[in-house]
Ligand binder design. Structure first.
Ligand SMILES: *[C@@H]1O[C@H](CO)[C@@H](O)[C@H](O)[C@H]1NC(C)=O
Ligand SMILES: *[C@@H]1O[C@H](CO)[C@@H](O)[C@H](O)[C@H]1NC(C)=O
Ligand SMILES: *[C@@H]1O[C@H](CO)[C@@H](O)[C@H](O)[C@H]1NC(C)=O
Ligand SMILES: *[C@@H]1O[C@H](CO)[C@@H](O)[C@H](O)[C@H]1NC(C)=O
Ligand SMILES: *[C@@H]1O[C@H](CO)[C@@H](O)[C@H](O)[C@H]1NC(C)=O
Ligand SMILES: *[C@@H]1O[C@H](CO)[C@@H](O)[C@H](O)[C@H]1NC(C)=O
Ligand SMILES: *[C@@H]1O[C@H](CO)[C@@H](O)[C@H](O)[C@H]1NC(C)=O
Length: 271
């Protein structure tokens, strides 16, 4: 069964990976703008917040997907293009601007000449504010599209919020996280819905020890889960990586298919 959403209530606007315990994200690859494409979705208002929405073909959606970005936010074209790719697989993808127009600039961490202060940026974007924006977005999805069938994807910074929003009592019914940042054991333990994770073997923020700990939590907690480890894949690879390197392109593509297949399996399980 497919959900038929209505689009008229979407108001168009006129215009329009957190460091882990001090670990520097300068290790994150500068990457390439994949596709060099043009975003196919629209900048919209979501309640009193703003964001980006990408529509599935024919506006027939299997479910809505809340896309929680990395620290580079909606300003990074990769995030919009990836949202478009997930939409193409049959999902209504909603990507709130988690940083209210103040994302980390795309080259702020990779440019050796950059003096950008990530700690200052983090102070400007406390968890309570991020969650207020996510709650507003979820409410906007529920009311605008009249659906409670909401899955999620999250990358780096956003991956932690995927875990937090899969806790009991939250509105998100399934989640995929790629290279999640700084997520605590209690947050993984609290997960009460299907979770899929894409790890990169070069990601210093998810060591083999971290991955094993997470898998043990999932196993002991009898979670519905899946974890995958990608080769030659650094932190951030699912969103931005050096696509001229075959293994890295393979990893990014793999993480994309992992996300949509996991969402598909969840939708199937709801039928
Ligand atoms: C996309 O590619 C074209 C042609 O190769 C180039 O002129 C343009 O600057 C590129 N755009 C971006 C955003 O990289
Ligand atoms: C939107 O409303 C919520 C709840 O009243 C508030 O916490 C938030 O700061 C508002 N957002 C903006 C951008 O004003
Ligand atoms: C970075 O350098 C610029 C000048 O090049 C300065 O205006 C800015 O305040 C500096 N930022 C920080 C966080 O030190
Ligand atoms: C919302 O969806 C429910 C079923 O999921 C349906 O009964 C109801 O009529 C819908 N409301 C609107 C306004 O479309
Ligand atoms: C990941 O593991 C390292 C040790 O390998 C530890 O220092 C760090 O706190 C762990 N990170 C998280 C988020 O649990
Ligand atoms: C895991 O949960 C399922 C129900 O979702 C239950 O049937 C199964 O027995 C549980 N397994 C363990 C080891 O607790
Ligand atoms: C991407 O990888 C290729 C092949 O190793 C290399 O030549 C190129 O400099 C890399 N690009 C960036 C931006 O690092």
């Amino acid at each position: 069964m497919r959900l038929q959403f209505t689009w008229t209530a979407v108001t168009l606007l006129a215009s329009s990976c957190r460091a882990v315990n001090g670990l520097s994200l300068k290790a994150e690859h500068a990457g390439a703008v994949f596709n060099n494409g043009t975003a196919a979705g629209q900048d919209v208002s979501l309640g009193n917040e703003t964001g980006y929405v990408s529509y599935p073909p024919g506006h027939h959606a299997k479910a809505a997907v809340l896309y929680m970005t990395d620290i580079f936010g909606n300003a990074l074209i990769n995030n919009k293009l990836l949202a478009d790719s997930i939409a193409k697989a049959g999902y209504l993808v909603v990507m709130p601007d988690l940083f209210r127009g103040d994302p980390v600039p795309a080259d702020a961490l990779s440019d050796p000449a950059s003096n950008y202060s990530l700690p200052d940026w983090q102070k400007r974007h406390p968890m309570a504010e991020i969650e207020s924006i996510l709650d507003t977005t979820i409410n906007a999805i529920q009311t605008t599209y009249n659906t409670s069938r909401i899955g999620s994807v999250g990358y780096c910074f956003g991956g932690r919020y995927v875990a937090r929003y899969l806790a009991a009592g939250k509105a998100i019914k399934a989640g995929f996280a790629a290279h999640p940042s700084n997520t605590q054991a209690a947050e993984w333990e609290a997960i009460a819905a299907p979770i899929s994770i894409a790890f990169g073997d070069l990601d210093e923020s998810s060591t083999p020890e971290n991955r094993t700990n997470i898998e043990e939590i999932f196993f002991e907690g009898n979670k519905t889960y899946q974890t995958t480890l990608y080769s030659n894949a650094e932190h951030g690879f699912a969103v931005r990586t050096n696509l001229t390197v075959k293994q890295k392109a393979f990893a990014q593509e793999g993480a994309y298919f992992q996300a949509v297949r996991w969402l598909d399996a969840w939708v199937k399980s709801e039928e």
